[in-house]
Every structure is written in structure tokens, then in C-alpha cells.
Design a protein around this ligand. Structure first.
Ligand SMILES: Cc1cc2nc3c(=O)[nH]c(=O)nc-3n(C[C@H](O)[C@H](O)[C@H](O)COP(=O)(O)OP(=O)(O)OC[C@H]3O[C@@H](n4cnc5c(N)ncnc54)[C@H](O)[C@@H]3O)c2cc1C
Length: 323
């Protein structure tokens, strides 16, 4: 995306921020302005989740709304304009070594830091069905806003019953010939506005109490799904060109399992020390955004968390320096 990422030359920082979504970049704006020597490791989705959406209408300061990629590109540029360093790489492992942290990157490089802010957000959850992973990009997608246009005028299905599933179903209905919505319960979890967008849409056919039994393909692409009603056991084959999985998101924290305390589906546990509420169970490691938050999961709340983590981190570094 947008601004050029810098080449990492140094290997030692006061703070390394892992993730470049609203939480990580906001944290960087604060640490850099506090003259903390900071490196942001952008991960494989520079700018984070908002780069896969179109318009953001609920981020304050943009009365005419703003494109998700544009908002994130501007945030990234703001970090760089303030003097922050951003590299495109992925953290694979962190180890505590003599009062510092050693961070292993996918590029085989290592970097050391006195403190870390984990801001790795959340990624799409999958159903775990056979062939599902193999057919991603060949008829299966985890993001209707990103891939919906590939199925213009075609028949698609979407799985899920939350806000994202309803929003994405309504979006697909604008583009596709027909949308089958598969939901394993007899009511949606989505809010009333989102539900109405689906229930009042003549192009969306809702399959209640229904789950996917099998993914069908022709050896190259998805061709359909075999579904069953979990109350009656009745089965049916739906011939579709695209299948969108919208069953939620999971924190991207596997790489810190065993280092910091995690809960639920992998949310980082914070609020262990009332002096530094965003600190994790490991002293010197802080966390912010969707990798912590299982409730709000919004760009503005992630940005707010990023700000708090940076201020906590700054305070911790200062108090450490005094001894
Ligand atoms: C389709 C869609 C539309 C949305 N629309 C809105 C909206 O309109 N308004 C709104 O407020 N919210 C919206 N959201 C939610 C919003 O995007 C998230 O709440 C927000 O992006 C969370 O920010 P974050 O910084 O915590 O994490 P993310 O944005 O998820 O960023 C995580 C970052 O961590 C990096 N990363 C992950 N693992 C590693 C690793 N091992 N090493 C290095 N880096 C790593 C990734 O590359 C990424 O840069 C939407 C989400 C989606 C999916």
C-alpha cells in the first residue's frame, strides 16, 4: 500500500510495535512523538483490516466518509512524517533475554527491544471443512467487500449470522444474481438494522438451522456446497460459484502463546498491573486493539487502545530508567 516502507537497518529499539492497523499506527504516533526509538513491524497486511473495506463512515473527522485503504495509508504516512520507522515483515517468535526481548522475523532477521506493543488484530475464522483452505481464491473467500466483484452476476452463498455476515450478504446482493445465506441457528446475532438489510432483500434466500456438510469442486474451483438442516437432517446441494465465510474473526496471537497470557480464542490478557493497564502478563509487553478486545472491535476503539498502550509503555520505560 501507499507510502514506501523503510529498510530496517538498526537492530535495537526502545519499542517495537507489532502490527500496522489503527492500534499499532496510533501507538507509533504516540511513542515517536514521545521521542521513543520505535520500529513498527507491519505484518502481511500493512494498514490492517480496514484496507479490505471500501468506505469508513464512523471514524471521526471525515464528514464525507473516507476509504479504508486511504485512511490507513494516511495513518502510515503520519507515522513516517513524524520520523517513525516501518518495515514490512512478520514476527514469528519473541524471547525474553536479559531484560530485553529478542524478536525473530520471517525474513530471518532478528531485532531487539526494551519493550513491545502487540497490535496484531484479528483474522478471518474458517469452518475447518475439507477442501476449504485449498479453494481460497478459487471460489472461497473470507471477505465479500474485497472479492465480491469477482462474482458479479453469479450465484454465491455466505455463511454466518452476525453483523459482518448480514452486511456482506446485502453487499453481495447488489452485485450477484442470487445470494444463499447459510446460518446454523434460527435467528441472527446481528443488530436490527443489519438484519433488516437481509430479511427485506428479495435476492437473499436465508437457510435457517443449516450447516455445510461438504464443499464440492471440479478439481480446480468450487462448484457448490452440500448443506444439511441441523433440526430435520434434510440435505440439499446448492450449485454456486462463490462461497463467502463470515463467521467471525480470531485474534492473531498464536506467535505469543506461552509468552503472554491468552484467553478465549486467543485474546491477549491485559490489566494485570493497575499502573499500566495495557501491560500483558509479561512485564514490558503491552497489547492493544482487536487482539485484546473481544467486544468493541472498531477502528476508533483500536486507535484509542493504541494510544493508551503507548502512554503506558512510555511511563514504564521512564520508570525503568529511573530504576
Ligand atoms: C471488512 C471490514 C470492514 C470493517 N469496517 C469497519 C468500519 O467501517 N469502521 C470501524 O470502526 N471498524 C471497521 N472494521 C473493524 C476494524 O477494521 C478493526 O476493528 C480494526 O482494524 C482493528 O485494528 P487493529 O489495529 O487492532 O488490528 P488490524 O487492523 O487487524 O491490524 C493488525 C495488524 O497486525 C499485523 N500483524 C498480524 N500478525 C502479525 C505478525 N505476526 N507480525 C507482524 N504483524 C502482524 C497485520 O499485518 C496488521 O497490520 C472492519 C473490519 C473488516 C474486516
Amino acid at each position: 500500500m501507499g507510502p514506501q516502507l523503510t529498510k530496517m537497518e538498526k537492530t535495537n529499539y526502545e519499542t517495537v510495535i507489532i502490527g500496522s492497523g489503527p492500534a499499532g499506527l496510533t501507538a507509533a504516533i504516540y511513542t515517536v512523538r514521545a521521542t521513543i526509538d520505535t520500529l513498527v513491524i507491519a505484518g502481511n497486511q500493512p494498514g490492517g483490516q480496514l484496507t479490505i473495506t471500501t468506505v469508513v463512515e464512523n471514524f471521526p473527522g471525515f464528514p464525507e466518509a473516507i476509504g479504508g485503504p486511504k485512511l490507513m495509508m494516511d495513518m502510515m504516512q503520519q507515522v513516517k512524517n513524524l520520523g517513525g520507522e516501518v518495515v514490512y515483515d512478520l514476527v514469528e517468535k519473541i524471547e525474553r533475554t536479559e531484560g530485553r526481548f529478542k524478536i525473530w522475523l520471517k525474513s530471518q532477521k532478528t531485532v531487539e527491544a526494551k519493550s513491545i506493543i502487540i497490535a496484531t488484530g484479528a483474522g478471518a475464522k474458517w469452518l475447518g471443512l475439507e477442501k476449504e483452505r485449498d479453494l481460497i481464491g478459487k471460489g472461497i473467500s473470507g471477505c465479500a467487500t474485497c472479492d465480491g466483484m469477482l462474482y458479479k452476476g453469479k450465484k454465491v452463498a455466505i455463511v454466518g449470522g452476525g453483523n459482518t455476515a448480514c452486511e456482506e450478504a446485502a453487499y453481495l446482493a447488489k452485485i450477484c444474481e442470487k445470494v444463499d445465506m447459510i446460518h446454523r441457528r434460527d435467528e441472527f446475532r446481528a443488530g436490527p438494522i443489519e438484519q433488516r438489510k437481509v430479511k427485506e432483500n428479495g435476492k437473499i434466500n436465508i437457510w435457517w438451522n443449516t450447516e455445510i456438510k461438504e464443499i464440492l469442486d471440479n478439481g480446480q474451483r468450487l462448484t457448490g456446497i452440500r448443506v444439511f438442516n441441523n433440526k430435520t437432517g434434510e440435505e440439499k446441494t446448492l450449485e454456486i460459484d462463490g462461497l463467502f465465510i463470515a463467521i467471525g474473526r480470531k485474534p492473531q496471537t498464536d506467535f505469543v502463546a506461552g509468552l503472554v497470557e491468552l484467553k478465549g480464542e486467543g485474546q491477549v490478557v491485559t490489566e494485570k498491573d493497575e499502573r499500566y493497564p495495557s501491560m500483558t502478563s509479561m512485564e514490558g509487553i503491552f497489547a492493544a486493539g482487536d487482539c485484546v478486545d473481544e467486544k468493541y472491535r472498531q477502528a476508533i476503539s483500536a486507535a484509542g487502545d493504541g494510544c493508551k498502550a503507548a502512554i503506558d509503555c512510555q511511563k514504564w520505560l521512564e520508570e525503568k530508567a529511573i530504576g
